[in-house]
Each structure stands twice: as structure tokens, then as C-alpha cells.
Design a binder for this molecule. Structure first.
Ligand SMILES: CC(=O)N[C@H]1[C@@H](OP(=O)(O)O)O[C@H](CO)[C@@H](O)[C@@H]1O
Ligand SMILES: [Mg+2]
Length: 569
């Protein structure tokens, strides 16, 4: 193994992947993400960076996922997965950004050299990688650029093909734990499907037949893995896959998928003639790590069951099982949310369990959830999972139940640890988890929905010249800058019953997001505070972030483009 950087090989290949001028790249919450045709140099450099991360961690396998999730089809992106299947360590996000922005091949090689010295990376260590992509048309050429990066530095890289982001996370953990007592599972997509479906079948054994489940696959990679999962599940749970047009140009995430449903709060039009009153369905996003459920009531009204509702359903079930197993007081279940969690869910959950609010972004939720014995985390947009601490796993495997009922509950808990993808939010795994709870509780969408009532809410984007001036505190729930803005928000909120609102800069788009919610004021006429055009709560708020209101704060702002399905205000 070379103990110095193979500069000649890197230079020769890097010259085939020069950085375009006038583009600035940023490794953000979701890795690098922008138009697919701007990412060639980034992919090559990420190939080398991933290899160096592996060397730095003694040859542990690092994952590389090429995807832009729920973004429009022309976008693409890349993110690294750390050895335990987790997101890349935050400090390396800065290194990734620096390397991606070196203007020329020579500058890139100099930056690499400095970086290797700074982190004292031992180049004689092996570099092992596993990589995959979603179904985007720009995927194959970006993968070729990534492979040139691997080749340039001499990394050992395994191609996991076209698969979901959560499968890639699973593979990373399975590869790194292979042959140990904590082996996570067989390190193949087939191993993943086996693990999830076997646990699911055990969990629903003896329960009444589950009605077929309609799944909107967002015309993305979830359609491919979903179909394989359907084969594994057989008659236990019939999956009826829709929006599976993975080769139709422009179809990906277009008027379908979890993000469409969550932001427009309506049924994908393609399901309008499919879904019958009383029937439940769910939507995945473009890389199948987000999940949103919904159902039509008997008047064919659409009702959404988002990440908050999933957290409430799942947490209540797990608490119940720990009690039935005789482990009450021994295992603490806790919840992690962000400011976007609906106030209705936070109230419901915090009356029952410890709830922590953290800044937006999965890495924050994941780390906070690790502090509980069993940590349930979900973003309202449907990204989340459940983490069982190593001590809890140990306790579950050694605990001696005293009654048959305790033993059954214990087995359910153990099987839950298998059906849940604990590396990252996983739409297919979360879907099986939800189906288990619905089967055990004999809940339809309606009963699940009635756990608590969502407060009416609005989420809008505002385009600003410089979003970096927006600084927050208290898990992004309050602004400290620009000066004076928080006081105005406070003043507005006070006028409304149960009002809550916050403004924060997006970490993935060049916008600030404005969120507002309030209690339904009038049940009688069916109009909520937020939907009633005569009441200007959210409108006032987004106006606050508008040019007309900001001159006094010395900031000029322009209102963002209207979100799909939202009425212009
Ligand atoms: C309101 C919202 O949904 N924000 C999303 C979005 O982050 P922003 O920082 O708000 O752009 O993308 C993140 C990555 O996918 C996701 O973690 C987060 O929940
Ligand atoms: Mg996604």
C-alpha cells in the first residue's frame, strides 16, 4: 500500500474532472446537493475524500450515496456515511467543502496535501468504500467520476448499484460489523430485505389479515426496492406499488412522493382514482428515507399522518411493550423532535414522555436520541427512526421474563430491533413498523389520527439576499439576528390563541423558512385561524420577512416562490 499520495495518478484523472469556475459548493445537512450537471468535479474529489476518511479510520468501510432525495430530477448530490452507518462527522463537512472548492487541479492537490498533514492521515492504511446511487438520469456519469476518484487514490470500492439511501447505510454498518458479536446483518440488499421481512412476519404472526397497502414510490428507487420487499412479504402484507415510472423523464418526485404530500398537504393526484374511503396509503421520497401516511375518511376527505403522528404511534406502542414485558422503570423511552413538530404532537407526547427539541437536520436528532435507552426521533417531514442503546439491546437479550405475557412482549421488542433500520430514517422499514403497530392495535388511519389533533399550520419560504444574517437560538425557535425581528414575531404571536411561529435560515436551500401555527378558532364554520383569509397571522409573519416590513431593520427581502398546492397569499 502506498505511503505517499499518488500525485501523478490524481493529477491525470483530476484534469478530466476540473471544477467549473464561479460555482461554490457546500457540504451541508444533506451533503453536496445542486444541479447534477455541476457535480462532476465534486464527485471525483469526494471519491478521494471518502478514501482518506477510511484510511483515517483504520480502513473501516465508508459509504458514498449519490442522490438528491426529494429534489427535482435535474438535481443530484452526494453524501458520505460513517462506519456505524451514520452521517459524516461534522468536522469533515468543512474539509469536504474546502476540497470541493479548490479552483484547479494543482490547488486541489495542494489542499489534499495540507489536509493529510493536518489530520495526520496514514496513507499506508487501506481505504475501503461502498457506494450506491438512486435512479436519477445524471447518476451513471456521476458514479463514473466518483470511481475515477477511487481509482486515482487506489481505494477498494464495492458498487452496491441502484438502491435506497437507507440500504446503503445498512450495508455500511453490516460490512463494518461482519463477523463480530454485534453483526448487523448479511451485508447485501438481499440480507437487508430478509432481516426486515423475517422480523415483520414474526411481529404480525397470529394477527388478523392486514389489508393491502398502497404505496406512492415517488417514481424513484423505492419502486425497485419496494418491489423486492413485496416479494419477501408475500401474503403477509400485500404492497400495491404506484408511481413506479423510474425511467420516465421528469417523473421523479413530480406531483408525488413524501415531500409533495407533506408540503402541499394533499393526495398525489395520481392516487385520486386509486384510494378508496377508509383506505390507508403512504408516500416515500425519491431515495426512500422519508415516509408520510394518509387516508381518506368516509366523506373522501384527505387526512395526513406525518412524522409526528408516526412518532406518537410508535412511541406509545414501545412504552406499552416495555410495561407488558415487566421492564417499566428499567428502560426509558424518549422522543426527539425539531421546531417543525406540530404543537399538537409536542403537547401529546410531553404529557407522557421526555421530549427534546433539537435543531433541524437528522444528525442532531440522531445524536440526541442516542441519549435515551430507546430514542424515537422523527422530523415532521417523515424522516426518522428508533434507536436502542447498546445497554438496552444487552438488557433485552439477557432479561428473564416471569410470565408468558412478559415473554411475548419481550419477543416483540426484540423483533422490533430487527425490523427497524437503526442506522438512519428508512421509509420501508418505518412502513413495516407502522404496519406492525396498526395490526397490534387494530387501528385504521382514523383511530391512529385521533391520538391527537394537529394544529393548523403554514410553512413558507422567503428568498433573501443573505440568509446568513438570520441567527437562531433555543433549537432554532428564536431569532437573535437580525435585531428586532424576534420582538415583532413575539408581538404577532401574542394576538393568537396557541400561536407559535419561528423563522430560520434553511440549511439546504438559499431561503429562510417561516413556520406558523395556532389553535383552530372556530369549529362552527370549519375555518381555522390560518385558513381564514380575514385573519392574517401567517400572512403577517411572512410579510415581516418581506421588503415592505424590513426597511426598518435595514434588510431588503423578496418573497419566495409559492410552494406547490398552496394558495397565493
Ligand atoms: C422544514 C424541513 O422539512 N426542513 C428539511 C430540510 O432542511 P432545511 O435546513 O430546512 O432546508 O432538509 C433537511 C435535509 O433533508 C431536512 O432534514 C429538514 O427537515
Ligand atoms: Mg430523502
Amino acid at each position: 500500500m502506498a505511503s505517499s499520495l499518488p500525485v501523478d495518478a490524481i493529477r491525470a484523472l483530476s484534469q478530466q474532472h476540473e471544477k467549473p469556475a464561479n460555482v461554490h459548493y457546500q457540504y451541508g445537512t444533506a451533503g453536496f446537493r445542486t444541479l447534477g450537471n455541476l457535480l462532476d468535479s465534486v464527485m471525483f474529489r469526494v471519491g478521494i475524500l471518502a478514501a482518506l476518511r477510511s484510511k483515517r479510520l483504520d480502513g473501516k468501510t465508508i459509504g458514498v450515496m449519490v442522490t438528491a432525495s426529494h429534489n427535482p430530477e435535474p438535481d443530484n448530490g452526494v453524501k458520505l456515511v460513517d462506519p456505524r452507518g451514520e452521517m459524516l462527522e461534522a468536522a469533515w463537512e468543512t474539509h469536504a467543502t474546502n476540497l470541493a472548492n479548490a479552483p484547479t487541479t494543482d490547488a486541489f492537490i495542494d489542499a489534499l496535501d495540507a489536509f493529510i498533514k493536518l489530520l495526520r492521515i496514514d496513507l499506508s492504511k487501506p481505504a475501503r468504500l461502498v457506494y450506491a446511487r438512486d435512479t436519477r438520469p445524471s447518476g451513471p456519469s456521476l458514479i463514473a467520476a466518483l470511481e475515477d476518484g477511487f481509482k486515482a487514490i487506489g481505494a477498494e470500492a464495492r458498487n452496491a448499484g441502484v438502491t435506497t439511501t437507507p440500504v446503503l447505510h445498512y450495508l455500511v454498518k453490516a460490512i463494518n460489523t461482519k463477523g463480530t458479536k454485534n453483526a448487523y446483518g448479511d451485508d447485501t440488499e438481499e440480507g437487508y430485505l430478509q432481516k426486515l421481512s423475517t422480523a415483520f412476519k414474526k411481529l404480525v404472526a397470529g394477527k388478523p389479515a392486514i389489508p393491502p397497502l398502497v404505496i406512492d414510490c415517488a417514481n424513484g428507487v423505492g419502486a425497485i426496492v419496494g418491489e423486492k420487499l413485496a416479494e419477501h412479504l408475500g401474503d403477509t402484507l400485500k404492497l400495491v406499488l404506484h408511481n413506479t415510472a423510474i425511467t420516465t423523464a421528469g417523473a421523479l418526485n413530480n406531483a408525488c412522493g413524501a415531500d409533495f404530500v407533506k408540503t402541499s398537504q394533499r393526495l398525489p393526484p395520481s392516487l385520486a382514482s386509486v384510494l378508496k374511503p377508509g383506505q390507508r396509503a403512504c408516500s416515500l421520497d425519491g431515495d426512500a428515507d422519508r415516509l408520510i401516511y394518509y387516508y381518506l375518511d368516509d366523506r373522501s376527505q384527505f387526512h395526513m399522518l406525518d412524522g409526528d403522528k408516526i412518532a406518537a404511534l410508535v412511541a406509545a406502542f414501545i412504552v406499552e411493550l416495555t410495561k407488558s414485558a415487566g421492564l417499566e422503570g428499567e428502560i426509558q423511552v424518549g422522543i426527539v423532535q425539531t421546531a417543525y413538530a406540530n404543537g399538537g404532537s409536542t403537547k401529546y407526547l410531553s404529557e407522557r414522555l421526555p421530549v427534546k427539541c433539537v435543531p433541524t437536520g437528522v444528525k442532531h436528532l440522531h445524536h440526541a436520541a442516542e441519549h435515551y435507552d430507546i430514542g424515537v426521533y422523527f422530523e415532521a417531514n417523515g424522516h426518522g427512526t428508533v434507536l436502542f442503546s447498546p445497554e438496552t439491546l444487552e438488557k433485552l437479550s439477557t432479561y428473564q421474563p416471569s410470565t408468558p405475557a412478559q415473554s411475548t412482549a419481550l419477543n416483540h421488542l426484540i423483533n422490533l430491533t430487527q425490523v427497524i433500520n437503526q442506522t438512519v430514517g428508512d421509509a420501508l422499514s418505518d412502513m413495516l413498523l407502522v404496519e406492525v403497530v396498526l395490526a397490534h392495535k387494530s387501528y385504521s388511519g382514523l383511530e391512529w389520527d385521533s391520538l391527537y389533533v394537529d394544529l393548523p399550520n403554514r410553512l413558507v419560504k422567503v428568498v433573501v439576499p443573505d440568509r446568513s444574517i438570520f441567527k437562531t437560538e433555543d433549537a432554532e425557535r428564536r431569532l437573535v439576528s437580525p435585531p428586532g425581528l424576534q420582538a415583532k414575531i413575539d408581538e404577532l404571536i401574542r394576538r393568537y390563541d396557541g400561536g407559535r411561529a419561528f423563522v430560520r435560515p434553511s440549511g439546504t436551500e438559499d431561503v429562510v423558512r417561516v413556520y406558523a401555527e395556532a389553535t383552530v378558532r372556530s369549529q362552527a364554520d370549519g375555518k381555522s385561524l390560518i385558513l381564514d383569509p380575514s385573519i392574517r397571522f401567517p400572512a403577517d409573519l411572512s410579510t415581516l420577512a418581506d421588503r415592505t416590513c424590513f426597511p426598518r431593520c435595514g434588510i431588503g427581502l423578496r418573497r419566495g416562490r409559492r410552494r406547490p398546492g398552496k394558495a397565493p397569499r
